[in-house]
Ligand binder design. Structure first.
Ligand code: PLP
Length: 388
């Protein structure tokens, strides 16, 4: 009945089988994978904070004060005082009335969406939105419309034809996780106003990276006050773990009462909350990290362009090299590993068919020599495999 082996064999024959690698070091510019020291070109640790001594020190201090686990959900007895400090900090950082911390970006999206909409409502979602958004919509049972990537005309057509629902919600990643491009947020906000829809954004890859203070794309476009729900993660540039949602006080209160992924789960360990708090302080106080990051992005993109790769004009630390076929992307990744570079191939269903790619990410703390080394190896292997 459960012929799972056959399904795995099919995945393998298509170059789509996934397996787990073990990380044998801290998450940093260089990591140890399968016992081998490699240059890391695929983490979301954009600012290099995941192994920052100040975050570790804050976490240890919290362990000494509060212990390790909380053994309870937030609504029972696991709501350590660190949550209050962190949520106040995030609300100020994002320029919002209130904030609420969830256990992860995945559970935040699922919990928020499922709380806000149901069968009486309709959700419009960019085709390239993250899987956690899709799962939240499916779980909510709201009517689900996916609009072509960043296509505002298509979104408007859909909005025009869907006026008979109780609630209309538009959801978009602000920086798309596998392409690194930016959502047309001003246009989305305008359409939302015209059709009386709410806007929810996922700032997972923008938090800490974009905007003068690192608050994300809502800050970058100066649209903080126009957006109903700002969600983001603490697990990427922030270097810690967990996620946040920012909204008005009433909405946050509603989520505390309705979001099942917040209510029915044990709260985050105090060490994680303390590390997130310290990281946001650093993000606000050290804008030079963002400057270094974008200098590295610029350097890397120019290098790729010089080697004949097609890269987008928009500057983002997520730099995809499109390969197409899944098995070719896997061979590319394996050859990079032979040469001392770790960069996973990204394949369907994470990305559409025939758009397998290397999703390269650049960090603020990469040295120019490391990036130069990677550029040389990428060019060499691409020529070997006929991928440029
Ligand atoms: C756009 C986006 N949203 C949500 C998530 C989920 O976040 P987390 O890894 O904290 O669960 C991710 C990351 O995987 C993401 O890229």
């Amino acid at each position: 009945m459960f012929n799972l082996k056959e399904e795995i064999d099919i995945l393998e024959s298509k170059g789509l089988k996934r397996s787990l690698f073990f990380l044998g070091s801290a998450q940093s510019e260089e990591i140890v994978i399968k016992g081998k020291q490699c240059l890391n070109l695929c983490s979301n640790n954009y600012l290099g904070l995941a192994n920052d001594p100040r975050l570790k020190e804050a976490a240890i201090k919290a362990i000494n004060e509060y212990g390790l686990g909380t053994a309870s959900s937030r609504l029972v007895c696991g709501n350590t005082a660190l949550y209050k400090a962190l949520e106040e900090k995030i609300a100020l950082f994002k320029g919002a009335e209130a904030a609420l911390v969830f256990n992860s970006g995945y559970t935040a999206n699922v919990g928020i969406i499922q709380s806000l909409v149901d069968e009486k409502d309709i959700v419009f979602s960019d085709k390239f939105n993250h899987a956690s958004i899709i799962d939240g919509i499916l779980l909510s049972r709201a009517e689900f419309r996916r609009y072509p990537h960043k296509d505002l005309d298509a979104l408007e057509d859909m909005l025009r034809q869907s006026r008979n629902y109780r609630r209309q919600l538009i959801i978009t990643d602000t920086i798309f996780s596998m392409d690194g491009d930016i959502a047309p947020l001003p246009g989305i906000v305008e359409l939302a106003k015209k059709y009386n829809a709410g806007v929810m954004i996922d700032e997972a890859h923008a938090t800490g990276v974009f905007g003068n203070n690192g608050a994300g794309i809502a800050e970058y476009f100066n649209l903080k006050n126009e957006i109903f729900i700002q969600m983001g993660t603490l697990s990427k540039a922030v270097g810690s773990f967990g996620a946040y949602v920012c909204a008005d006080k009433g909405t946050i209160d509603y989520l505390i009462n309705k979001a099942r992924s917040l209510i029915y789960t044990t709260s985050l360990p105090p060490a994680i909350l303390a590390a997130s708090l310290k990281a946001i302080e650093i993000i606000q106080e050290e804008p030079e990290r963002r400057k270094m990051l974008f200098e590295n992005v610029d350097f890397f993109k120019k290098g790729l362009k010089k080697s004949g790769f097609d890269t987008m004009d928009f500057q983002s630390p997520i730099i995809p090299i499109m390969i197409g076929k899944a098995d070719l992307a896997v061979s590319f990744s394996k050859r990079l590993f032979d040469e001392g570079i770790f960069c996973q191939a990204i394949r369907p269903p994470t990305v559409p068919q025939n758009s397998s790619r290397l999703r390269i990410t650049v960090m603020a703390t990469h040295k120019k020599e490391q990036l130069k080394f990677a550029l040389d190896k990428i060019k060499k292997i691409a020529m070997e495999l006929g991928a440029i």
